[in-house]
Write a protein that binds this ligand. Structure first.
Ligand code: SF4
Ligand code: SF4
Length: 353
């Protein structure tokens, strides 16, 4: 681990130098919203963006991804042979990733990198990516990361953490991937950073996050009783099953697989899907185990806040980025539901700090 100093006048120059070796991604302000996208040549990431509307998950797990191509033409020598989509042509660097979003990849990894099942596509994209974080000194009012397992200066999942320091960045380089990126960018000026100063900055940023969730009882709340609770009818009442919450979430991973045929040529695609959509669980038989809205809403919250905790003996499957709170068109608030689930069976009333 080492600290380096990056003068802001050398920031764009460094990115231009790194561009030859890396495909760059970062926050882009396109007028109405900031989104996380591939950067055009010479385009700098907009580090003034707070949480981007779309999280960086598409860098590793694209919204639509070709898994393999095939042909069904028996006259072709390679008929019926599947050709796997090629690996990323060059390493990627995701710039300006918020610490909560970087930590989200570690939560998602439990699904794509299980001991018995490895998802080649997710893993190769993840391994090819260098994560360059940007510490949050101006968190949004909907952020609750400090009670969701991470925080505005959290380092897990990052290769480099950038801390804004007026006319320069202080960059904590923590991994070999991070070191390779600063070499490619030509940033070499080492910085003396007192741990106590950085600790004070971290503490000051954390103190700005006043929104919190309670999770201490989630694991012990009886699963079947919680599942059967009438509270889900109230929670689901206003939901319009638009799927916004799941598409924006850095820790959601539902997908569908479809074949697209054009004549005798075909591609197999993986596309983001959502547990909030009725078709997601529709069986070929016509049976749908989650055909009702209340079943789908319950599934989303039970999965994130109860099943994940139990299955992986871990914290919640949420990093507190606040996107679903901010963008749900009917103001369904995971903080309130988390606290309601946490206090289930207790006399305590639900509350949002
Ligand atoms: S964003 Fe809100 S309304 Fe849309 S599916 Fe999610 S909870 Fe329902
Ligand atoms: S559930 Fe909501 S607050 Fe939690 S990580 Fe997903 S979008 Fe962010």
């Amino acid at each position: 681990m080492k600290w380096i100093k990056i003068d802001k006048t050398k920031w764009a120059q460094g990115l231009a130098a790194a561009e030859g070796a890396y495909r760059l991604f970062g926050p882009v302000n396109d007028g109405a919203f900031c989104n996380f996208k591939a950067l055009s040549p010479g385009q700098a990431p907009d580090l003034d963006c707070a949480n981007t509307r779309l999280s960086p998950r598409s860098v590793v797990y694209p919204q639509s991804e070709v898994l393999f191509t095939y042909t069904t033409d028996n006259n072709q020598p390679d008929a019926h042979i599947m050709k796997e989509a090629p690996s990323p042509e060059k390493p990627r660097a995701a710039l300006g990733v918020r610490p909560c979003d970087a930590y989200a990849f570690l939560l998602v990894r439990r699904n794509f990198d299980a001991p018995d099942v490895k998802d080649t596509y997710w893993l190769r994209n993840y391994e090819a990516t260098t994560f360059i974080g940007h510490a949050c000194d101006r968190p949004s009012t909907t952020c609750f990361c400090t009670t969701a397992g991470c925080g505005p200066y959290h380092e897990e999942g990052l290769d480099i953490l950038l801390v804004d320091d007026e006319d320069h960045f202080l960059a904590k380089v923590m991994t070999d991937k991070g070191e390779a990126f600063v070499q490619a960018a030509g940033w070499q000026e080492t910085a003396n950073v007192a741990e106590a100063d950085m600790e004070a900055r971290r503490k000051a940023a954390e103190d700005k996050i006043v929104s919190k969730v309670e999770t201490d009882r989630l694991r012990d709340v009886p699963t079947l009783e919680l599942y059967a609770s009438e509270m889900w009818e109230d929670i689901a009442f206003s939901c319009i099953n638009c799927g916004t919450c799941t598409y924006l979430c850095p820790t959601c991973w539902c997908f569908d697989i479809q074949d697209e045929n054009h004549g005798s040529q075909g591609i197999r695609m993986r596309n983001w899907d959502s547990c909030m959509f009725p078709l997601f669980t529709l069986h070929g038989s016509g049976h749908n185990p989650r055909g009702q809205k209340v079943q789908r809403v319950r599934q989303r919250f039970m999965h994130k806040l109860k099943y994940y905790v139990e299955k992986y003996d871990a914290g919640i499957q949420c990093v507190g980025c606040g996107r679903c709170v901010q963008f749900c068109p009917v103001n369904i608030d995971i903080r309130k539901i988390c606290n309601q689930m946490n206090s289930f069976g207790d006399a305590t009333s639900c509350k949002v700090a």
